[in-house]
Write a protein that binds this ligand. Sequence first.
Ligand SMILES: [Fe+2]
Length: 385
Amino acid sequence: MLDRRVVGNVPEKPHLRATTAAGQPLYEECITRAGFDGAFSMLYRLQRPHEADPSPATGVFTAPELVVARPLLRRHYRCPAVPGAATSAEARTPLLVSHDVSVGFLRPSEPDRAYFVNADGDELFFVHEGEGVLRSAFGDLPYRAGDYLGVPKGVLHRFVPASGARHALLWLEFSGALGVPAHYRNPLGQLRMDAPYTHRDFRTPTEVAPLDEGIRGLTVKRRGAWHGYALQHSPLDAVGWDGTVYPFVLPIQSFSPRVGQVHLPPPVHATFAAPGALVCSFVPRPLDFHPQANPVPFPHSSVDVDEVLFYANDAFTSRRGIAAGSLSHHPAGIPHGPHPGAYENAPNETHTREIAVMLDCTLPLDATRAAVGVEDSDYHASFRA
Ligand SMILES: [Fe+2]
């Protein structure tokens, strides 16, 4: 997604015959985007990557049931009330869905028992609670609360949560390619010096070596269905990789926020972009500094996008009644803005300690039955003074 990285041992040139030091053949697997026109990575494996037989999918998966034709209202869902499940694949619970993006929540309680490939889209997790390791053929990638964790489409992986800790993640799945906003890059693709984060803020796997965990199950999500396979050998058999497609971590608090004399609109908080979707990070910062500035968001009708906010803590300057783990959905078509009192009292505040993830979506989002089950039905009315 960002700069090209090389980890482990790779041949001096792609597509050469290559072996290990012991003379064992290496098999190149290319993961390519946009056919062969986009980003790509090459893994060098000890075994052929395309030997897997159909097998029942591991775990129980429930397709999202959409609840359509609802009144057009501002909505609030309490994610911590979403039921958990054993593994990350089983626990992925879609809450809001459009063609471009799915927003969900998961509370896995144990390491994944099988490997998982999402062939429907790039995934971006925000780690709300807990820590662990994302294990993939690219190597291990530790994550902890407050991290964004990106898993590109097609990358085989499993979650290994640290034992004993509550584990909760916001889950975003994009049908188009996820990346950094184009205006953060210079013509060579490097992050500009005035971008809100640097290359050094991104963590990626730093070591790779063959590992056999004894797991032979693989689940692939494609077109919303779950397909099971039995692997012939461990898929964690890479000795090296080279490319721009790999799992990554970006701590949300590494985002350098911008503050204006008067209130700046949300795109200054842009962190990731995908077709039809923009992810923004709200992090602790001083508030706007004009003597008459009102530092809370102005009421607005952003008539072309649905706005979703996930609140990582209970401090959000313009909102009341939300809690850590709240998810609000303000649909296009009706205005939204601060809660009563926030706009009037905020001029006395000089800083905010809010941590939140915002998602602007071009296509309207539908709620799922799971979302309706954790909805705060008083939310829309809570904006009346
Ligand atoms: Fe807004």
